[in-house]
Design a binder for this molecule. Structure first.
Ligand code: HEM
Length: 245
């Protein structure tokens, strides 16, 4: 972002502000703040990780309808583990981090959907064994809970945004398994909002774009989002042997 006072700074070609003071020029480096709405930055600057997340073996097996029900259940189990932990951390952080209080609704908490899906498939959630990647993600959630509520919110942005693609994945799996498109049993997690998905996402995104955040808070949300992409990719890769067997 260029300064509003042209006497103080001018815009370098790279976008980094340059001091007009000859003594300071070249001696200090002031990181440029990002003037884009946080939502634009989250989408544009994470698209590299989205490409990877979308094209890994586990999501591709789902989208091609090549995943068995057994494999899908293994995936749901670990998603239950990590999203239960993330839900609890977010609910706790409502008291200290206003953006979490204002933008994370009970309807967006995901454990409820995963529990319903697992019950449908006859899984007792108390018997689920946590994989290494899920344990690592829970550790990450715990660390951010203690240190950085905005980064914690960044984790939530990714799982909420992932509903856009998950709805499509659910459609493909239902087709491959010979189920009616309207079937919701076992698909609450992939498609929690049904026909409301798109309007809810657009409304939520515009509230996030308008939400007052300082530059460091925006950086934290962004860093949290990137870390969530990386953890989900790791979780999917860790599940390859179980979910694609
Ligand atoms: C087969 C797998 C996937 C498909 C087909 C897919 C597809 C999509 C589509 C169509 C959108 C909407 C883009 C738009 O509004 O312009 C989207 C958004 C998004 N997806 Fe995925 N996706 C997949 C996997 C994932 C995974 C695994 C993650 C998380 C690790 C993820 C995270 C997101 C996020 C955060 C957004 C919101 C981007 C924004 O800020 O607008 N997606 N995806």
């Amino acid at each position: 972002m260029s300064s509003s006072d042209p006497e103080i700074q001018s815009e370098a070609p790279t976008g980094a502000p340059v001091s007009k003071c000859p003594f300071l020029r070249g001696a200090v480096s002031v990181p440029a703040a990002d003037s884009r709405p946080i939502t634009q930055r989250l989408k544009e600057d994470n698209w590299d990780l989205h490409e990877q997340a979308e094209h890994d073996r586990v999501p591709q097996a789902m989208v091609k309808g090549e995943m068995s029900r057994e494999g899908y259940v293994e995936l749901l189990k670990q998603m239950w583990v990590v999203n239960k932990g993330l839900d609890a951390a977010l609910v706790n952080a409502r008291a200290t981090t206003p953006i979490i209080n204002d933008l994370v609704s009970d309807r967006q908490l995901q454990e409820q959907y995963l529990r319903a899906d697992l019950e449908h498939f006859g899984v007792d959630v108390e018997t689920i064994e946590t994989t290494d990647a899920a344990r690592t993600m829970l550790g990450h959630v715990a660390t951010l809970s203690e240190r950085d509520g905005h980064a914690l919110f960044g984790l939530h942005y990714v799982r909420e945004g992932a509903n856009n693609g998950n709805k499509f994945v659910a459609m493909k799996l239902k087709k491959a398994w010979g189920l009616e498109p309207e079937c919701t049993d076992g698909f609450n997690y992939l498609d929690p909002y049904g026909k409301d998905q798109r309007p809810l996402w657009e409304d939520w995104k515009s509230r996030l774009a308008d939400y007052p955040l300082t530059d460091p808070e925006k950086d934290s949300v962004f860093a949290g989002a990137r870390s969530m992409f990386e953890r989900i990719i790791a979780l999917h890769q860790d599940l390859e042997s179980l979910a694609l067997a």
